[in-house]
Design a protein around this ligand. Structure first.
Ligand code: GUN
Length: 291
């Protein structure tokens, strides 16, 4: 047996096509969704992400506003820009690319974004809404993982899920989303005892640790669905947090790197921008783009 490959690239392309159709429908009402992306500094990986975000935003028919600030920008100036974007009716979504330069208070910057325009779902209000099962903006990467899992498995109720990683961007919101779908969720991290044994109990294994090929095939329950969130640059090229070669004969299904979770993140950013636009205009949420 060999695992089915979960084609996130194709799924994301389908999602963007649907979003483009919804954007056309909004255009007939005179509404054009707008996404503002703010990049502070010159982190090379962030520059690549920001460029592809801008391109895909335009491709689905939305307006893209890019703001690039030098890494010496005082925090006040960034906060002033966020205040202008909060007040700008052409902007429905605001994303401040992380990581920020060290002299900035990341939490203060994120919490300055108007919660209804917080398409990353990082604002403390959205985190609380998600945790209490209320209508929130949901972080893009976990939302993309959830869509792939539901597509593969249908109902997640009663499944044993292990999430490796406890970041605010992926691990914690992923756990919340799985819990909301009635999975039995364990969040593992660097201090977890006997991680391989824990992983072997998982029907759903989400790896979001940022360590190249960390999860080995013999940690995986035969037939499990494995979602690899890792993007690690090594001398051998781009690899995930899962040792793909040893996982392949054991897992039931697995996302590849690249071409798995990565493309879903940007597609879900556009989905969130569409949802934010609908809500800002008093329309119902577009079908299937929110948990
Ligand atoms: N840096 C790495 N991932 C993300 C993300 O999902 N959103 C933002 N804003 N920055 C990031």
């Amino acid at each position: 047996m060999t695992a089915a490959i979960i084609d996130g690239k194709a799924f994301a392309a389908g999602l963007r096509a649907r979003i483009a159709t919804e954007v056309e429908a909004l255009a007939r009402r005179g509404i054009k969704p707008g996404l503002a992306v703010v990049l502070v500094g010159e982190d090379p990986a962030s520059q690549v992400y920001v460029r592809s975000k801008g391109r895909m935003t335009v491709e689905v028919g939305m307006a893209s506003f890019e703001h690039r600030l030098p890494d010496t920008t005082p925090e006040d100036e960034l906060l002033a820009l966020i205040a202008r974007l909060n007040a700008d009716p052409a902007v429905n979504g605001i994303l401040v690319q992380l990581p920020l330069p060290r002299h900035m208070d990341e939490a203060a910057v994120i919490n300055a974004i108007a919660p209804e325009k917080d398409v990353d779902g990082f604002h403390i209000l959205n985190v609380g809404l998600l945790a209490t099962g209320q209508k929130a903006m949901v972080p893009c990467t976990p939302l993309g993982c959830l869509m792939l899992l539901r597509d593969r498995l249908g109902d997640l109720a009663g499944k044993r899920a292990v999430v490796i990683g406890r970041s605010n961007i992926v691990g914690k919101p992923m756990a919340q989303l799985l819990l909301r779908d009635s999975a039995t969720v364990t969040v593992a991290h660097s201090r977890t005892a006997d991680l391989p044994a824990l992983c072997r109990e998982a029907d759903i294994l989400v790896a979001a640790v940022g360590r190249a090929e960390f999860v080995k095939g013999d940690w995986i329950k035969p037939g499990a669905t494995v979602i690899d969130v890792g993007i690690n640059r090594t001398e051998a090229g781009l690899v995930g947090d899962v040792d793909f070669a040893s996982a392949l004969p054991v897992a039931g299904a697995i996302t590849p790197v690249p071409g798995g979770v990565g493309p879903m993140t940007i597609a879900c950013l556009l989905a969130n921008t569409l949802t934010a636009t609908a809500r800002a205009n008093g329309l119902t949420d577009p079908e299937g783009l929110t948990p």
